[in-house]
Design a protein around this ligand. Sequence first.
Ligand SMILES: [Zn+2]
Length: 459
Amino acid sequence: MASIKIGLEVHGYLHMDNKAKLFCDCKVDAAQPNEGICPICTGMPGSKPMAANKDAVGKIISIAGMLDCRINTRLLFQRKHYDWPDMPTGYQRTMSGSYSVPVGERGMFLGIGIADVHLEEDPAKWDPETGLVDYNRSGFPLVEIVTNPDFTSPQLVREWLKKLVTTLSYINAIDAGAGIKSDVNVSVAPDFNRVEIKNVNSFKSIIQAIEYEVRRQEQQVKGGNKIPQETRAWNDSAGVTVFMRKKEQAADYMFIPDPDLPVIILQDSEVSSIISGLPERPAQKIERYIRQLKIDRTDAEILSSEIYLAEKFEKVVAKKIDPVLAARWFRRELLRVLNYSKKELHEIEADEHHLAQLLRLVEKKKITDEVAKRLLEKLVEKPFDVEKHVQSSGLTAVSDAATLTKLCRQALEKNKKAVEDYKSGNGKALNFIVGKIMAETKGKANPQELAKLLKKLVK
Ligand SMILES: [Zn+2]
């Protein structure tokens, strides 16, 4: 593959706890079209925006902080003019553009430079087929994250975007359900003329658009053609990019500072208190889990894929449970049980205390894995005192040698056919006998120990 450069302008809906828009009190979750609107978010003549939603500004600072950006403390909204039916004022209010500084800049996230993180308002939803406009989402706060053109392949973009979404989920910054959109720029060797692709509206389309555009440009170069600098649009149904405008016709947005909105001056203390409250990033967690807790990379990646999972895991480990054992149980069993019962970890009542109780019994071999799995299923349904339950229900593992030997002898006696099979070379026949003893003891005997003992006795 020829040398390529890819940059992204990622747009996401901020996750607003109060569902409020950026410059008015309307809620964004109105059920019917044009139900959640007012004169401000429909741009009625004479209406003035309210001061920018403080939570939205705070979220943007958090996002910029998670991406290791330098945070600017003097923030300015500008009017970005354009004439579309989805923008009733004729301009979009944004913290980007000629006269403003972004909220965050000069950041770095997993090897990709972050040029700009800023806040802006969403336009309305316009259906060009019918001409109908729904203003419910008009004025909703958006984040835009602009990267440097540091990506060298679509695969890298895919992995990076996934990690970006996970990282921002740690601070609940973006409405993941609403998905992310992106403008993408792609350029190939030798000239690296920048081709911008607009309106790529899903994760899948972002990758498809890049792959298509790389192929198209490479074919052009192979044919001896120059790639002109231009803006193209992604056509989702046809899976192609189509020409929109040349560089010379680049849209002139006539940026001006918005005279209705005061400059926002942030105190250094305000910014540093937000930054110092940010959680450890998933990428750092993974490295720390591997280094400090000695758990393998796959386990570390899965545990850190969700902040609730990582936090719960850390709390269990803090109760002096072996991290490797805890990681294995979290990843294989806890996730399986949660998945089966269609529950999220933060929805269950059982806490680190219950989980640690269970894993401690496993660690000390007081109960077998089989019994522990059944108890975990119960715990996810409803918490209980695991130790007491194990004692009162007689679930303690059968571990004394005499009892195990007796069980094995009886089983060998009862399953002569399997013994013959085993002796004539069928190793699996032994598993059958192990299974019989497991069933008889309701999972309270350790299958590995049984197998070892049986082998010895058969000889
Ligand atoms: Zn409104």
